[in-house]
Design a protein around this ligand. Structure first.
Ligand SMILES: Nc1nc2c(ncn2[C@@H]2O[C@H](COP(=O)(O)OP(=O)(O)OP(=O)(O)O)[C@@H](O)[C@H]2O)c(=O)[nH]1
Length: 343
């Protein structure tokens, strides 16, 4: 390619030409992409007139419509991946490009303009290679082709690793938004999302769905006597009792304050009462440790049990379980009451 064509594309950038690669005194073999190409005459010939450009610290390469490959000869570049490409998660990530390393291979290969923002972290000298010259290098040098494949393979691995990390992080935050921070049980937001779906499934399949509403007894007194932190510990203990006693298909939710809820898909009223009895029993036996040397008094809870009736909404189900819980409190607490289906 004639040298004038290079100049035309480059003048639109903040880069200033300081020499050509042929006269700058660098060895191709020192550059990642040209490793083992020191004795490759075709490579030397093709690169001889390629411009070596200076990018001052803090300056960015102005976007070019044409794909170009940048190889750092001296200095450091920061490459901020574009967040509008659909490849990123909206947060562009920044990586450093050190002497010998390159940026822009992918845009050269897919013939797209480089959408990354490239900035010099210090005064940097850069070998700029136009896309069609990169293709000529690939055509004429097996060594360059192999180095490029190696480089791309490394980039794919790195991108996959980053993707996996982001997926894990996404999963972590998803869980965080569904779980109550104090007890680890599902939270109200999760319930609002899931309960209508559980109810719809139960209605359409005809399988029973039971709900147990649970409220710790005299919890205000517990807090007042032992302090709020001990109260928090009692709540955690109660949550452990629930999650430790349920089947994997059941769900325990912190409904709010000292109120919790258990959802039992595929469970009829009789079975749900048996589960609630078991929970009630375990609750009064569970030891509340705020300080290992001195356990706190046991907490008890009252339980209201209801099952989804035909045509009943999930709000009706909660209301019926709540009414049964209220009755359990009235009858003296630390007990299970099933909804009254005769009324
Ligand atoms: N430590 C602690 N206390 C809480 C939390 N959420 C709610 N509470 C307390 O739970 C207590 C609930 O009190 P009440 O609604 O009067 O009920 P109760 O004292 O348990 O009485 P009964 O339900 O009638 O047995 C209040 O004192 C709340 O401050 C929490 O996250 N941590």
């Amino acid at each position: 390619m004639p040298a004038s064509t290079h100049r035309c594309a480059i003048e639109r950038t903040t880069l200033k030409q300081i020499s050509t690669f042929g006269s700058a005194g660098y060895q191709p073999g020192d550059l990642q992409l040209l490793r083992d190409a020191n004795d490759d005459a075709a490579v030397a010939r093709l690169l001889a007139n390629c411009p070596v450009m200076r990018l001052e610290a803090g300056k960015a390469v102005v976007e070019s419509n044409q794909a170009q490959l940048y190889i750092v000869l001296r200095g450091v570049l920061a490459v901020e991946t574009d967040s509008n490409t659909g490849m990123a998660d909206g947060n562009g990530s920044v990586s450093k490009v050190l002497p010998g390393e390159s940026v822009g291979e992918q845009s050269v290969l897919d013939e797209e303009a480089n959408l990354s923002r490239i900035t010099a972290l210090e005064d940097s000298d850069i070998l700029v290679i136009e896309a069609d010259l990169v293709w000529k290098l690939i055509d004429q040098s097996n060594v360059v082709a192999r180095n490029l494949l190696r480089l791309l393979s490394f980039r794919i691995r790195a991108a996959n690793a980053q993707l996996r990390t982001r997926q894990k992080l996404g999963e972590f935050y998803r869980r965080l938004s569904m779980n109550d921070g104090l007890t680890g049980l599902y939270n109200r937001a999760w319930l609002n999302d899931l309960l209508p779906r559980l109810a719809a499934t139960a209605h359409s399949s005809g399988a029973p769905l039971a709900l147990i509403m649970i409220d710790l007894d005299h919890f205000k007194r517990f807090n007042d006597t032992h302090g709020h932190l001990a109260g928090d510990q009692a709540l955690r203990t109660a949550a452990q009792v629930l999650s430790g006693a349920l089947r994997p298909s059941d769900f325990a939710v912190r409904y709010g304050g000292e109120e919790m809820m258990v959802l039992l898909p595929d469970t009829n009223g009789k079975l749900a009462v048996a589960v609630a009895e078991r929970l009630c029993e375990r609750m009064q036996q569970a030891v509340v440790f705020a300080d290992m040397r001195q356990p706190l008094p046991h907490v008890t809870a009252s339980f209201g049990v209801a099952t989804l009736q035909p045509q009943q909404s999930e709000q009706d189900l909660i209301a019926r379980a709540d009414a049964a819980l209220y009755r359990a409190k009235e009858l003296g607490r630390n007990r299970v009451v099933q909804e009254d289906l005769t009324g």
